[in-house]
Design a protein around this ligand. Sequence first.
Ligand SMILES: Cc1ncc(C[n+]2csc(CCOP(=O)(O)OP(=O)(O)O)c2C)c(N)n1
Length: 792
Amino acid sequence: MTMDTTNNNEAELAEKLSFDKFRNEVIKDYRIACESRETSLLGRKEVLTGKAKFGIFGDGKEIAQVAMAKFFRPGDFRAGYYRDQTFMFASGLATIEQFFSQLYADPDVANDPFSAGRQMNAHFATKMVDENGDWLDLVERKNVSSDIAPTAGQMPRGLGLAFASKAFRNIKQTHQLTHLSNNGNEICFCTIGDASTSEGHFWETINAAGVLQVPLAVFVWDDGYGISVPKKYQTTKASISDALKGFQKKDGTNGIDIYKLKGWDYAGMCEILEPAIQKIRDTHTPAVFHVEEITQPQGHSTSGSHERYKTPERLEWEKEWDGLKQMREWILANALAETEELNSIEENARQFARESKQKAWDKYIDPIKKMVARTVDTLRSFEEANTPVKKLTDELASLREPMRRDIMKTLATVLDITENNDAVKQLYGSFKSENAVLYNSYLYNDGPRSALKVPAIDPYYTDDSPLVNGYEVLNKYFDELFATNNKVIAFGEDLGHIGDVNQGFSGLQEKHGKERIFDTGIRELTIMGQGIGLSLRGLRPIAEIQYLDYLLYGLQPLSDDVCTTHFRTAGQQSCPLIVRTRGHRLEGIWHSGSPMGMIINALRGMYVCVPRNMVQAAGMYNTLLQSNDPGLVIECLNGYRLKEKLPSNLMAYTVPLGVPEVIKAGTDITMVSYGSTLRIVMEAAEALDKAGTSCEVIDVQTLLPFDINHAIVASLKKTNRIVFIDEDVPGGAAAYMFNKVMEEQGGYKFLDVSPRTITAKAHRPSYGSDGDYFSKPNTEDIIAVIKEMMSE
Ligand SMILES: Cc1ncc(C[n+]2csc(CCOP(=O)(O)OP(=O)(O)O)c2C)c(N)n1
């Protein structure tokens, strides 16, 4: 009897404790949801009153996101978009104050830790790499890959982040990297709006995830619209979960799991998510959570009002099914709290959001006001003598919300008026460099892991170094690389089983394993995404695009995501992806492209290597692998069967980036080129030499960076004639080289005759050798142009 009573008491106590824990959890979630809503309401006001430029908020998604955040663990990753503020607050990865700092574009990373004021608001990130470029312990922290604005742009990256878990789980060579993964248990939580699922990125990602079986949890926030366009114009059957049905995993098949949730139903969502997320973690089966019946109380963004496109009935429905209202009613119905308690939570939330906003504003404006004060101080000394200066100073001093540019404009005008007064000049100069640090830094790594700081080591040859085919240089190189570097992974179309279309990886899958060297589907976009995710998680992927012409399919994630990663996180994330491809001259419209102008203009933030042969290519891979900067290496498609001497120090030698090589010395004219074109250039140069014109041929080796030590102008000083030759369209990369040498290097000062570019035609080349001859620069044309220059 006594025993029974004790048991009863203990059971009651345990029940009470677990009830209290549950209740506290619910109340905490409700509080976070309320604070987040207040943040959205206040945020919109800040934009409408002009304190911030643009605002986009997570109102309407609060309840779904507090539910989701419960299952996001240390080690996990998020690849999301701009609606996820509540998830960030609930995961402890953002404060309201930080949210407002980003809204104000505060360039101090201590205030906006996501982007140092570089990104629009609600574009989140967490720090993954330290100041030395070493990866932090990602297993013990919750990780957020930096958001980007292009809709669905997070999908390929999300796939890659999830894929990395699979790699870590299956590749035994990575098992000692315990700071990067715990046996691949990490899930990537990926969020997307319902309308953005119309993008090809979504479908390619879902298909790849279904094939690969990776721990990807995709949450579709379905509020029925993409800005103003309703989902009947976006999605087949106006339901993404219905449209996805063929992807559903069944017994004995691959595929994805699909769940439907109601965005206002806190309890219902938690119940579904708990086992579903655990299953993803354990089995690496991807899942889509279609979160329906979500609202958007303030409309899409501060750019417009939703009354323009939502019917009165819809607006009424949104009010009734607002997640906060529903959660509140559910709490009361289940006696988890009294009305007074909820009222006070709501009031405190309002107060807290207001205070946080104010703190963020003070932190933002304070340094600017100090700059204004310094400026005004300096300018007051001119006032008496100079009325226009006094007027400008007064104007600046009276600005209630000054900006840095107001100060710069004032100083520049005063400089003009005072004819370059020293004190003003000094102040202007020092503000200019301070602002450059805030606004123009971090495009590339400039710390110890900068690709430009990798020491140059020459290839080493012995008397009996063998002469081998170009592809064999790479094959031997990759073999040694995979034997010595446990972080490298290579993949692409036809790269695994047959060892790539030109045999660079021939036999290597068998030797180094299917987990490290493997085939992918034909999906350049998500191949890039796989590479991005693996890179962010500290591995060293070499992701292959089969032919340069098909880089276009993968260009968007490189340009929007890879190239901006380091910049948009102010150096807190690095994406050292290596993209390997082959291109330039071969045959036909889509196997001969050399669209280098397009590439270098799209890829500032990556390094672009254009090796003339495979020995140079391997040296560039070595350089890139020692750095944290991303790079594209374009091998010469027609060079795999040309003979090259095999260096004996394959793993050690490096090709420094941005350092051209004079591959033939001469005195009469400088010929600047790269890649496959160099063979034509050399043919022309040798013929011209015989005819008495001494040609100096320079291989630029990399287009980004370009001739950092100005070696080309040094050659021009000697020859006083220069021609830039490539197989891009007119005005493409040859024009870029021309501009660099003439403007940046001041080459125009050393010209005896007008400089030239020789390029391919504007159209793509016709098929066959004659098509090639008449479309791309040929030896005879080059000789003719140079003869003309010599006679000028
Ligand atoms: C590639 C691209 N196209 C267009 C836009 C402009 N845009 C921004 S958000 C948006 C609608 C997205 O709707 P949805 O995916 O449903 O997300 P929601 O904003 O409703 O959460 C559009 C068209 C963009 N950012 N990126």
